[in-house]
Structure formats: structure tokens, C-alpha cells
Design a protein around this ligand. Structure first.
Ligand code: EPZ
Length: 422
């Protein structure tokens, strides 16, 4: 397994290009199942999760061709050969469950393995299931697989989600595009990835309104046609790299970054004393070397502070002036980066969903272990500002969500390299 070696090296300077959003691409790809015409995605990120979704779609009989080094995905699901999403693929990536709604809508049937838990939580699918049942699907669990049937097709309904689940919103909206009649989805997720999905579905001929608000209305149509869609910028990659100059000092321009993708996160960074400026090419983030001010963070659904940036923010606050608190309200076990940061000298107290961080002058490099995607990159960020060397192991987690992280950070002056086969 590869490892990443980081050496604290002082202020950063330069520009980092932001790729297309992993979490948008992972719902845009299954959308190809809704039509027998080609769907092409541009600005796709080059990540292992995208490869996994490619394998899954191909296992269903869809054609997925990766062009321009993976930045363009040309897809067609004219002839599906099976309606079963196999456990072997689904267990590797929870987002595989996003084929459920499209298969049901297109073929009236889907057999999708339950993804099983993951490091950050149990991640049940009750909200997906109740939404699709409201559309007329009959869903039962057998041998770890969800067997979903809609023999007479799906029928529009008024649905209110108990929680604004991102994945459930995506599954229900995709399914409703081909249902008979009108669907009103209340307490829908409002994340930018949902807005991007709706933009693509509309280009395919879907009739949808309200994306980005808590209520999305879908008028079912008989069929969807092909389209070409550019994947929105990855706001989590953006936020991650905004923290790099904040923790190490310096000034970095994030190309393709947009403040409206991260409203609460940007407000919080500015409250900590970091300077953010919108430029013609993206966002410029600057922070004189030295430490930020402690702030309190609570993760919430969009437009609140994103849970996917909680670990990275904790790394920053480990060297802040003062004591910060972080409250994780979205997942039940998303502080696994804390013990690893403590190996680097961080002072963190974790009680359930709350963490208290007392800032220290400087972290110390150490060998640490990545446990999940966002925890792994928080350890790299900590390593940028630490004294000495930090060796982050199990970086396959990292490669799921960050393309070429060592190249992007080296380009702005970080001393970081990948060590093959650790
Ligand atoms: C998406 O996961 C993202 N993944 C996650 O990013 C992100 O953390 C999450 O949204 C929240 O923003 C993708 O888009 C591929 P949820 P998703 O359904 O859809 C509970 C990353 O690092 N829940 O909004 O699975 C669930 O257990 C990943 O890129 C139910 O209880 O998130 C969790 O506690 C990690 N029942 C909370 O809701 C359900 O039926 C949020 O889940 C569904 C969810």
C-alpha cells in the first residue's frame, strides 16, 4: 500500500486547479441508466471511486468509455444485461446504491446489495426505501440485497424526508423523472451536487423545479434523451486546499473555486483570521504564517458547514490560538482522525459527537494511519505545518477522493511525495 511523506516546509505560494466534484459525478453517472441514449460527462475527476462506479455500470451492461485521460466519460445504457448491483462492487463504495432509483424507473426492477457499514457510520438506507415505496415500489430485503419492484411503473407522490439525505434525494429525484404524474419531495437535500444533478436531468428532458431549496417538484415524462453535461467543481476538494495556506501560511489561488459552493465554510475560515478573495479565476486564500484564531464549528446539511470538511478543519484548529469546539451532527463516528492528530502532539478531547481542540504552537511529524477519505487528507494538512516528517499510511483512502494530491500540493511549494508500496 502506498504512503505519503510530508515535511513541514513553511508558507505555500501558487495556484491549485480544482477538479470536478466526486460526489456530483457519482450521482451523474447512474443517471445514464434513465435513458437509452448517450450521456457524456465532461470535467470528470480522475479518482478510484469513479473507476468503481464505471465497473458497476459496466456490470449492468452499460457502456462507459473514459476519454481525455478520464476527464470525459462517454456513457450509454442502451442494452442493460442485468438489474443486479453485485455486493462485491457495492461493498467498496456506498454510492453504488445510487443505481437503485434509475434502474427502478427505467426497468421497473432493481436488485441492489445493501452497502454495509463503513468507517464513519452504519449508513442505513431507510430514507431511500421509504421515498421509493411512496412512488409505488415494493422493496424487500433478502440475503443482504434490496429487491425492488415496480411492475406497474412508478407513480408521482408527495414525499417528506425525515432527514435531508443527499443520496436519498438523488435516488428519489432520478426515479421520479420517469414516474407517472407529479412528485413533490419535501425536506430535500440542497447540496450543490443535487443542483448539478438536476441541471443534467433537465438537459436530458426532465421537468424539475426547486433544486437547491428544501422542496423539489418533478413532473414525470415518458422518456429522457441523451445530453452532455459539465460536472460542477468539487467544493470539498476546494475547501480542503483552502486550508493548506491557512495551516502552513502563504497565499494560494484555487482555480475554479466559487464561494457560493461553501458559504458557511468560508465564513468560518474568515472568522479564524484567514483572508479569502474572489478572483477572475477562482478564490485566493492567504494567511500570514503563524496561527489562526480558535473558532467553534458545527456540521450541518447544506448550506451549513459540510461534514466532509470537519476533519480538515480540525487539523487547522490544532494549531489555533485558543480552544475550539467541533460538533459532528451528520455521522455518528467521524472523529477517527483525532487519535492520529494526537500522535502529532494535538490536544483533542472527544466525547460522542463533540470534540474540544486546544491549539498548540506547532505539531510534530509522526507516522500516522489514514482511516477514511477525509481523515487521510486532514493528516496531510497537519503534516504541512508540522515540524519534521509525517508518514501517512493507507493512502488508498485518499485516492478515492483526491486526484494527484502530492502533485497539486508540491506545485505550491509543499515538500510531499508518494512512497510506493509501503
Ligand atoms: C453523501 O453521502 C456524500 N457521498 C458524503 O460524502 C457526505 O458526507 C454526505 O452526503 C453528507 O453530506 C456522496 O455524495 C457519494 P446522507 P450520503 O444520505 O448520501 C443518515 C465523502 O467523504 N441516513 O446525506 O450517504 C446517514 O447514516 C462522503 O465524499 C439515514 O439514516 O449521505 C448519515 O448519518 C462521505 N438513512 C446521514 O443520514 C438513510 O436512508 C447523512 O447521510 C440515508 C442516510
Amino acid at each position: 500500500m502506498d504512503a505519503i511523506l510530508v515535511r513541514g516546509n513553511g508558507p505555500l505560494k501558487g495556484a491549485i486547479p480544482i477538479a470536478g466534484a466526486k460526489n456530483a459525478c457519482l450521482t451523474l453517472m447512474p443517471a445514464t441508466l434513465l435513458s437509452d441514449e448517450p450521456l457524456t460527462l465532461t470535467n470528470a475527476p480522475r479518482l478510484s471511486d469513479i473507476k468503481t462506479m464505471t465497473q458497476l455500470l459496466q456490470s449492468l451492461g452499460a457502456e462507459v468509455t473514459s476519454l481525455q485521460g478520464g476527464q470525459v466519460l462517454a456513457m450509454s445504457s442502451h442494452d442493460l444485461t442485468t438489474l443486479t448491483a453485485d455486493y462485491e462492487i457495492v461493498r467498496k463504495m456506498r454510492a453504488s446504491n445510487l443505481v437503485l432509483g434509475p434502474l427502478l424507473a427505467r426497468a421497473g426492477r432493481a436488485i441492489v446489495s445493501l452497502p454495509g457499514g463503513c468507517a464513519i457510520g452504519a449508513r442505513p438506507m431507510d430514507i431511500h426505501i421509504s421515498g421509493l415505496e411512496a412512488l409505488g415500489a415494493v422493496i424487500e430485503l433478502k440475503d443482504g440485497y434490496l429487491h425492488a419492484d415496480a411492475p406497474r411503473g412508478l407513480k408521482g407522490a408527495v414525499i417528506e424526508q425525515r432527514f435531508a439525505s443527499v443520496g436519498a434525494t438523488e435516488n428519489i429525484v432520478m426515479a421520479a423523472t420517469l414516474a407517472k404524474g407529479t412528485t413533490v419531495l419535501k425536506n430535500a437535500a440542497r447540496e450543490p451536487e443535487i443542483v448539478d444533478l438536476v441541471k443534467c436531468l433537465r438537459a436530458m428532458g426532465a421537468q424539475i423545479e426547486g433544486e437547491g431549496t428544501g422542496t423539489i417538484t418533478i413532473e414525470g415524462v415518458d422518456r429522457l434523451h441523451g445530453a452532455t453535461h459539465q460536472v460542477v467543481s468539487d467544493r470539498i476538494e476546494l475547501g480542503t486546499y483552502m486550508i493548506a495556506p491557512a495551516i502552513a501560511g502563504g497565499e494560494v489561488e484555487l482555480l475554479g473555486g466559487r464561494r457560493d459552493l461553501l458559504p458557511s465554510f468560508c465564513d468560518k475560515l474568515e472568522a479564524a483570521g484567514v483572508h479569502i478573495e474572489e478572483t477572475a479565476k477562482g478564490l485566493r486564500v492567504a494567511h500570514a504564517t503563524g496561527r489562526v484564531q480558535a473558532v467553534d464549528v458545527k456540521t450541518e446539511v447544506f448550506p451549513g458547514f459540510p461534514t466532509d470538511l470537519q476533519a480538515q478543519m480540525m487539523a487547522l484548529l490544532c494549531t489555533a490560538h485558543g480552544t475550539s469546539t467541533l460538533e459532528e451532527t451528520i455521522f455518528e463516528n467521524r472523529f477517527m482522525h483525532a487519535p492520529e492528530l494526537m500522535r502529532m502532539g494535538a490536544k483533542i478531547d472527544v466525547h460522542g459527537g463533540h470534540a474540544t481542540v486546544t491549539g498548540v504552537e506547532r505539531l510534530k511529524g509522526a507516522p500516522v494511519m489514514a482511516t477514511d477519505l477525509r481523515a487521510s487528507v486532514s493528516l496531510i494538512l497537519a503534516g504541512l505545518a508540522a515540524e519534521g516528517e509525517t508518514l501517512v499510511r493507507r493512502v488508498y483512502h485518499l485516492d478515492r477522493g483526491y486526484e494527484r494530491v502530492e502533485e497539486k500540493l508540491s506545485a505550491v511549494g509543499a515538500r510531499i511525495e508518494r512512497i510506493k508500496g509501503e
